[in-house]
Design a protein around this ligand. Structure first.
Ligand SMILES: Nc1ncnc2c1ncn2[C@@H]1O[C@H](COP(=O)(O)OP(=O)(O)OP(=O)(O)O)[C@@H](O)[C@H]1O
Ligand SMILES: [Mg+2]
Length: 438
């Protein structure tokens, strides 16, 4: 197929002369001025190259180029400048022209330059194409995966990103919920707006409200100045509410209002603030069970769950383990993994999902004495392949309980200190101890 070129010059003779010469190799259209050219470009997205005179009555060629590039960044542009007007030519190149030709036009030069400009853009388009194919093949941006389960996730992410709908991301720990929340924002029309992540479980119950909604000066002891909350910070962007199951019921009521009315009030203020935010929430708990237990409002659950994006466990992602291992190896210094060791990694059920896999690869990279990770470098529990840590035959919950109690013992029963050591919030440790009946 011949490439399509649009030739713009106010002098009919020049226009026709160039058009005639170029018709041998290209599909040529012509326009007498910038306005007509712009109309043609807008109507026909298959035009690959704009060849335009700079000096024309009405809008000049540089203005035309800017407008054309704005609507189609991939358009190649070659400008015609009067002999001797180097300044103009330099300015044109700076503005994004691929090349310029001085008048009077030498036909050999014209063909050569046009071919060169087209070639550069063809390459660009090919690279873009390849990149898109790679995305299809290995994942979405930095989210790796090629299993049917992950392809389904990618398709959904791309689709929901276009809308403003509230999304609830559910899935076990370490499956990439945070990455997906980020991707939804990055692929959305709000991408240029703020992305604000709030880890609900990490903020103490008393601070959570002002953290989310802000407060007025004097709203409570210690409120020395007015402060905007995260919802205000996220205006025109996306707010990510992580570990939403841990939100206290009274704050759930306020969140419900934001979802329904798109408005809220700062603590200690009567002023209603309207907000334009997209809400994405995530949980690694069974939120429906929380609803049944009366720990999560049913109406809020349905409001959040407009789009339910479920992240699959790593063991349900056929073929993704070698891809992920490849990515993490690169990240941690470029060692390789022997086929036998890879088999062990693929057989293990990864209860901690991608996070556990990533940590394991990092550990193996550090500990392996050679450039290749072999069976000997694979941790024992992975080698055994049953997903249970070596030190115990208990369940994950039992392990967790034992660990928490041990740390608590170490710090003399100080729960805040214990939580800090364990890297969990105080609320989480209180909840756990309650669960254990302590
Ligand atoms: N598909 C993936 N490709 C590449 N890296 C991934 C993928 N999924 C997860 N990861 C990595 O694994 C780790 C855990 O992911 P993430 O924090 O998103 O999990 P999560 O689902 O939010 O877990 P939790 O419920 O514990 O908060 C991160 O380091 C992340 O970069
Ligand atoms: Mg997370």
């Amino acid at each position: 197929m011949m490439d399509k070129i649009l030739v713009v010059d106010d002098e009919k003779d020049t226009r026709d002369f160039m058009a005639r010469a170029l018709r041998e190799k290209y599909d040529v259209e012509t326009a007498p001025d910038a306005e007509a050219a712009m109309r043609q470009l807008e109507a026909d997205s298959t035009i690959r190259l704009l060849l335009s005179d700079v000096r024309m009555p009405g809008e000049d060629g540089i203005t035309l180029m800017r407008a054309a590039k704005a609507s189609n960044p991939n358009l190649a542009v070659v400008l015609l400048t009067a002999f001797g007007s180097i300044d103009q030519a330099v300015a044109a190149m700076k503005d994004g022209a691929d090349d310029f030709i001085t008048k009077p036009v030498d036909l050999d030069q014209l063909e050569l330059r046009i071919e060169k400009a087209l070639k550069a853009h063809r390459l660009e388009a090919e690279v873009e194409d390849l990149r898109a194919q790679l995305d299809e093949k290995y994942g979405l941006g930095n989210i790796i995966g090629n299993s049917p389960a992950m392809r389904r996730v990618f398709r959904m992410v791309k689709q929901v990103a276009r809308s403003d709908a509230t999304v609830l991301i559910e899935g076990p720990s370490g499956t990439g919920k945070e990455l997906v929340a980020r991707a939804i924002h990055n692929l959305s029309p709000r991408a240029k707006g703020p992305y604000v992540a709030v880890e609900v479980a990490a903020i103490s119950q008393t601070l959570l409200e002002t953290e989310l909604f802000g407060h007025e000066k004097g709203a409570f002891t210690g409120a020395v100045a007015r402060r905007a909350g995260r919802f205000e910070a996220a205006n025109h962007g996306t707010i990510f509410l992580d570990e939403i199951s841990e939100m206290p019921l009274d704050i759930q009521v306020k969140l419900l209002r934001v979802l329904q009315e798109r408005e809220f009030q700062r603590l200690g203020s009567n002023e209603t603030i309207h907000t334009d935010v997209r809400i994405v929430a995530a949980t690694n708990r069974d939120l429906a069970a929380y609803v049944r237990a009366g720990k999560f409002r049913e109406d809020l659950f349905y409001r959040l769950n407009v789009i339910d994006l479920r992240m699959p466990a790593l063991k349900d992602r056929d073929g993704d383990i070698p891809l992920l291992v490849g990515r993490f190896l690169k990240e941690f210094g470029g060692k390789s993994v022997s086929p036998e060791a890879m088999k062990l990694l693929e057989r293990y059920p990864w209860p901690g999902n991608v996070r556990e896999l990533r940590n394991t690869v990092e550990k193996m990279c550090v500990l392996s004495p050679t450039g290749q990770i072999d069976v000997d470098d694979v941790p024992d529990e992975v080698k055994r392949g049953d997903g249970k840590p070596l030190s115990s035959t208990g369940t994950l919950e039992e392990m967790e309980k034992a660990k928490i109690l041990a740390v608590l013992d170490e710090v003399g029963g100080n729960r805040t200190l214990a939580a800090e050591r364990l890297g969990i919030s105080r609320r989480t440790i209180y909840r756990k101890l309650e669960e254990y009946g302590i």
